[in-house]
Write a protein that binds this ligand. Structure first.
Ligand code: GLN
Length: 235
């Protein structure tokens, strides 16, 4: 990654965390999704070239970026102050809030986020969903630590929800809607967090950050953004 060895174009290694549909999932061994197509379109407007995608668990992406295993994170990662202390972000490319996902036909589902008190809740490790449940419900003792389950990815959490090992899963709204389309689950409530996703880059890679921001603007202005969005967020 980054350097290019003196000749030709500079290459960058993209990293993601599959299991977060429709942003990134594995389909027959291949990583596909909105983030994959968007970053490819963005980079095609720059002097950089993408190498093959590397996949990690979500919580390992920031360390992988800092240790030069990857050069850019494209993983529906929310831009926030805490992360901004250790990595940089491009301009935002998507917005989300948090959703409370329950089984279809669940009896007395929570009618709002606070209604999760006393329930068994699943989240994906290292996410904004995990931290909002922890801060608002686990720390104040409304959910026992033993009823707060973290998973390597949300596919496993939703599996446990469907299998009745969890009462609810808390996750980003667009991904919750995708699970509703695919599994016997439904959104019981949403919780407004006003999150914005950005691509993550190392703090010393200002040229790359700038190129990605320019590339993103071209993708937005040229109609390509809507094209990719409509492909992955049908209906
Ligand atoms: N947007 C959420 C976050 O940044 C979840 C991202 C993900 O699970 N890929 O924590």
């Amino acid at each position: 990654g980054l350097g290019g060895g003196g000749s030709g174009s500079m290459t960058i290694i993209p990293g993601t965390a599959p299991g977060f549909p429709p942003f990134e999932t594995k389909q027959g061994g291949e990583i596909v999704g909105f983030d994959i197509d968007l970053l490819s379109a963005v980079v095609s407007n720059t002097d950089y070239e993408l190498e093959s995608w590397k996949d990690f668990e979500f919580s390992s992406l920031t360390p992988a970026l800092k240790n030069d295993k990857i050069d850019v994170i494209a993983a529906a990662m929310t831009i926030n102050e805490k992360r901004d202390e250790s990595i940089d972000f491009t301009n935002p490319y998507y917005s989300a809030d948090q959703a409370v996902l329950v089984r279809q036909g669940a009896s007395s589902p929570p009618s709002n986020f606070a209604g999760l008190a006393g329930r068994t809740v699943g989240v994906q490790e290292g996410t904004t969903g995990a931290s909002v449940v922890e801060k608002q419900l686990v720390k104040p003792g409304k959910i026992a630590q033993s009823k707060f389950n973290t998973y390597g990815n949300y596919v496993l959490a939703v599996e446990d929800l469907v299998n009745r090992n969890l009462d609810a899963v808390v996750l980003d709204t667009p991904v919750a809607r995708t699970f509703v389309d695919r599994r016997a689950v439904t959104i019981a409530a949403t919780y407004e967090t006003g999150e914005k996703y950005g691509f993550g880059v190392r703090t010393d890679a200002d040229d790359l950050t700038k190129a990605l921001n320019d590339g993103l603007e071209q993708v937005r202005n040229g109609g390509k953004y809507e094209e990719i969005r409509d492909e992955w967020f049908a209906g």
